[in-house]
Design a protein around this ligand. Structure first.
Ligand code: 7TS
Length: 417
């Protein structure tokens, strides 16, 4: 691990942590970068970049195949990253941790490999109106293909899934899958999943947790969550792009067919029959994203040295500050829950101004935000808008960036006055 400064203070020091992120050394349009798009993808600390470089420079070869020392070193790098990922989500075993490209691939794996063998007419898959398309479209597609029903829990006034619908769903369907996010990428809501997980298990359904937005921001524990599958993306949590992980209960993973077929995932291949390999390899066909996995392991080291509790507290603080400051801007509509109930995500609209125009003018002020549907079209439909602006924060976000955003919004209003 690189020279991470272990922060023993009660709060994290975002101003100091920013020095770890080379991206902030540049200016955009003559202004310091206010990077408020971390929910889409986070920036990268030097420690993680150096760990990947070190791996390429000293330990790189294809893994699990070579009998030579360098290949063994590469394999150790990959498997160490698997152990770091296991510990990060408190999974019982590294056999249950599968490296994939991202959360999308992880969720597709479950939908295809579990769904194609377990869903049929009369069965139902339940998602919520707040899902990212990655946890919506694969289930919709596989349910339809299998003749199963695809049901969406609508959200109530407070933006939480309306659980009053559960009784009727259970009466009319055999619920086989409940799939929801832990943290919403559009509203930032941190959900209390306990009632849904309990309900899913009462129905003998599996519970699939999309933790793509949760993993960067809060301590995860698959055993405490009591879920059956959990998906994360490395690029949202200071790791590189191209690496994510699926955790699943070993007995479920063992009972499933593989998703991708080819090298590395087999134990034997004959003309008449192929036998699958052991977990986790059964689900890791082809050359592994080795350096990316090493990068994810280093990112986890980085986050844990800071402390996930401090990161979460920092985001609540920024969300409160942003909600307060943005609330002063005339003509603004803010979406989502109170600051204590949200990760560092604030979606909003300015009356009469299209989000794409807002984002484009903000760019000239050095402010990077996202404008669009955030891969949440069902939610946008519910909110009655085509798109929102979204500012999102992370451990390196400082209040000055939010000030820069607010000033930028006044400039936007001037242009459209
Ligand atoms: N689930 C949630 C809740 C997400 O926010 C995202 C990505 C995904 C799944 C998919 O992750 P991927 O790594 O497989 O792409 N969210 C966003 C976003 O909000 N803006 O860009 C990507």
């Amino acid at each position: 691990m690189g020279n991470v400064v272990v922060n023993t203070a009660t709060k994290l020091d975002a101003h100091a942590l920013r020095a770890d992120f080379p991206i902030f050394e540049q200016e955009f349009h003559g202004k310091p970068l206010a990077f408020l798009d971390s929910a889409a993808s986070s920036q990268k600390p030097r420690q993680m970049l150096e760990a990947m470089n070190r791996f390429y420079e000293t330990s790189y070869a294809n893994v699990h195949r070579g009998v030579y020392e360098l290949a063994e070193r590469a394999t150790e790098g990959l498997e160490h990253a698997r152990e770091r990922t296991r510990a990060f989500i408190n999974a019982p075993s590294t056999r249950e941790v599968i490296f994939l490209r991202n959360a999308t691939e992880a969720l597709n794996l479950v939908a295809y490999s579990w769904g194609l063998n377990n869903l049929g007419p009369g069965d139902a898959v339940v998602v919520t109106e707040l899902e990212h398309h990655s946890n919506f479209v694969p289930w919709q597609y596989i349910a339809k293909r299998q003749g199963a029903d695809f049901l969406m829990l609508s959200i109530d006034e407070s933006g939480d899934p309306d659980l009053s619908q559960l009784e009727e769903i259970a009466r009319d369907h055999t619920v086989k899958v409940v799939a929801t996010n832990l943290v919403s990428n559009s509203l930032g809501t941190i959900h209390d999943l306990v009632p849904l997980v309990e309900w899913a298990h009462e129905q003998n359904a599996i519970f699939v947790c999309d933790a793509a937005q949760a993993a960067p921001h809060m301590k995860l524990d698959v055993q405490a969550l009591d879920c059956d599958f959990l998906a994360i993306s490395g690029h949202k949590m200071c790791g590189p792009s191209g690496i994510g992980a699926l955790w699943g209960r070993a007995e479920l993973l063992q009972s499933m067919e593989p998703f991708l077929l080819g090298g590395h995932m087999i134990s034997s291949v004959r003309a008449d029959k192929t036998m699958w390999g052991e977990l986790p390899h059964k689900f890791e066909a082809g050359t592994a994203p080795m350096a990316e996995a090493v990068g994810l392991g280093a990112a986890i080291d980085y986050l844990e040295a800071i402390g996930l509790d401090k990161i979460e507290a920092h985001e609540h603080e920024l969300a409160a500050y942003a909600l307060g400051r943005l609330g002063e801007v005339p003509g603004i509509t803010l979406y989502g829950p109170s600051a204590e109930r949200r990760a560092g995500v604030v979606s909003f609209n300015l009356e009469g101004i299209h989000p794409h125009d807002v984002a484009q003018i903000l760019d000239l002020q050095g402010v990077a935000i996202r404008a669009g549907h955030h891969c949440c079209q069902p939610l946008m439909h519910k909110l009655g808008v085509a798109a929102t602006n979204r500012a999102s924060f992370y451990l390196y976000t400082i209040p000055e960036e939010i000030d820069q955003l607010v000033e930028g919004l006044y400039a936007v209003r001037k242009v459209f006055a």
